[in-house]
Design a protein around this ligand. Structure first.
Ligand code: ADP
Ligand code: ZN
Length: 206
């Protein structure tokens, strides 16, 4: 199964990818995570990407496209979930040229809810779990320390949302036209959203 997870920042793509991974043998490819990993290791790619990430802008297509092509080439399992890619029509066309996609899951959630989620989002330093910093002081899974992502501040969040509406939303029509789009209401608990995802996969895939 080859899936694209589509949705605004904070729509819950990463959380759902982790749940999907526990039930299906799929690689989780998060372009944001790959950039953050590169940044942590001070690679040229990480340093270049940081300029855009801090401003809430997209990293140039060419950089992202090459990185994804590389990652897909080196996959050890058959199926994958792309999380945070494609984010522009240009990226979607590039993806079309390198692999076949079985479905695109669109996580639909309001801007108001996104802002609420991102301004209270903490990430565990040890296991990467995302959690609400108003409800937890430590990671509920492993008791690790929680940190707030550099780009989860109000100014950058607004810019990321604007970029989403202008550059990423056109992908909805792009994939609808191909008959690949499946929309999931992304308000509620992670488990509630996950059962909607599973329902979509049962009805439309395999
Ligand atoms: P979120 O979905 O919460 O905004 P991500 O972790 O997916 O966060 O991405 C963080 C940042 O990494 C983005 O704001 C952008 O700068 C960069 N990025 C990630 N994926 C892409 C992509 N496909 N194209 C361009 N930039 C990207
Ligand atoms: Zn943890």
């Amino acid at each position: 199964m080859r899936l694209v997870l589509l949705g605004a920042p904070g729509a819950g793509k990463g959380t759902q990818a982790a749940l999907l991974k526990s039930e299906h043998k799929l690689a989780h490819i998060s372009t944001g995570d790959i950039f953050r990993h590169n940044l942590k290791n001070n690679t040229p790619l990480g340093i270049e990407a940081k300029k855009y990430m801090d401003a809430g802008q997209l990293v140039p297509d060419e950089l992202v496209n090459n990185m994804v092509a590389d990652t897909l080439k080196n996959l050890e399992v058959d199926g994958f979930m792309l999380d945070g890619f494609p984010r522009t029509i240009e990226q979607a066309k590039f993806l079309d040229g390198i692999t076949k996609i079985d479905g695109v899951i669109l996580f639909a959630v309001s801007d108001e809810e996104i802002i609420k989620r991102l301004t209270s989002r903490g990430v565990c330093r040890d296991c990467g779990q995302v959690t609400n910093i108003n409800e937890h002081k430590k990671c509920p899974s492993c008791n690790g320390e929680l940190y707030i992502r550099d780009d989860d501040n109000e100014v950058t969040i607004k810019s990321r949302l604007k970029v989403f509406h202008e550059q990423t939303e056109p992908l909805i029509a792009f994939y609808k036209d191909k008959g690949l789009l499946f929309e999931v209401e992304a308000a509620g608990t992670p488990d509630e959203i996950f059962s909607r995802v599973q329902k979509v996969l049962r009805n439309d895939k395999d």
